[in-house]
Design a protein. Structure first.
Length: 252
């Protein structure tokens, strides 16, 4: 069952979305060679609590940290560690989900670490971000969920990249993951119809090589099956009663 939100409820979700945006903006200033993913975790944790929020990932289904940090070939759900240090040329996705006023705001970006970024890493990250922008523009009342996946596939596959199948976007609200599921691959005109009141994430994970993934023995860290790079961007979006599509996770 999809929990449709009133305009008032969508307004009430905006503080969580704004905090997610503020976190991702603030992280631009701290992500550099030499810092550990644990430092990113601790920054996200204190920033969130100081502003009256709660970190949804912490203890979610046993996840041990406050944020997901996914470096290079890690597709998603990377676990911050004091032993993992960023180096020049890495790419890292940071996925934040603050809870503010009882509502979740879920967003992520992939950042470049330092300045020696390979051409393929740059192309992958830029294509992934663009695929999310185009997918958001593809959301219109009366359209269907398959329009999102088709748009993302068209944006990246021509460049030789692939769309991860094993993880999907999701409805979101007072709970972290609600119906519907939002696959990032699909066929235009297929799937459920978009309607006012829907609030969901779009979070394409795009691989340099094949779309296969595997989960490491820690039970969380998802990596590319072929060891090549993966990038991800995520926004939480809402469809107003007027049909207007609003990005709750900024920019503000
Ligand atoms: N933020 C992730 C998402 O986009 C979910 C992370 S679940 C966690 O849906 F437990 F790993 F934090
Ligand atoms: Co999400
Ligand atoms: Co997320």
């Amino acid at each position: 069952m999809i929990k449709l939100k009133s305009d008032q409820e969508i307004d009430d979700m905006k503080p969580a979305g704004k905090m997610a945006w503020d976190l991702l903006e603030a992280l631009k200033l701290m992500i550099r060679p030499g810092i550990s993913t644990q430092e990113i975790n601790d920054f996200v944790h204190s920033f969130t609590l100081e502003r009256g929020g709660v970190c949804a990932p912490l203890n979610y289904k046993g996840f041990p940290k406050s944020v997901c940090t996914s470096v290079n070939h890690v597709v998603c759900h990377g676990i911050p560690s004091p032993k993992e240090f960023l180096k020049d040329g890495d790419i890292i996705n940071v996925d934040v989900t603050p809870i503010v006023g009882g509502y979740h705001g879920d967003a992520s970006r992939t950042y470049f670490v330092g300045s020696n970024i390979s051409l393929v890493a740059r192309r992958l990250v830029e294509a992934t971000e663009r695929s999310l922008q185009l997918a958001i523009e593809a959301v219109v009342v009366g359209g269907r969920v398959g329009d999102i996946g088709a748009t993302i596939q068209e944006a990246v596959e021509g460049l030789g990249f692939s769309v991860v199948r094993d993880f999907v976007g999701h409805g979101i609200g007072k709970t972290f993951h609600e119906e519907p599921q939002i696959p990032h691959y699909g066929v235009r005109g297929r799937g459920i119809r978009f309607e006012p009141g829907m609030v969901f994430t779009i979070e394409p994970m795009i691989n340099q090589g094949g779309y296969g993934t595997k989960v490491l023995s820690d039970g969380w860290t998802a990596v590319t099956a072929d060891g090549k790079l993966s990038a991800q961007f995520e926004h939480t979006i809402a469809i107003r009663s007027t049909g207007k599509v609003e990005i709750l996770t900024g920019p503000y």
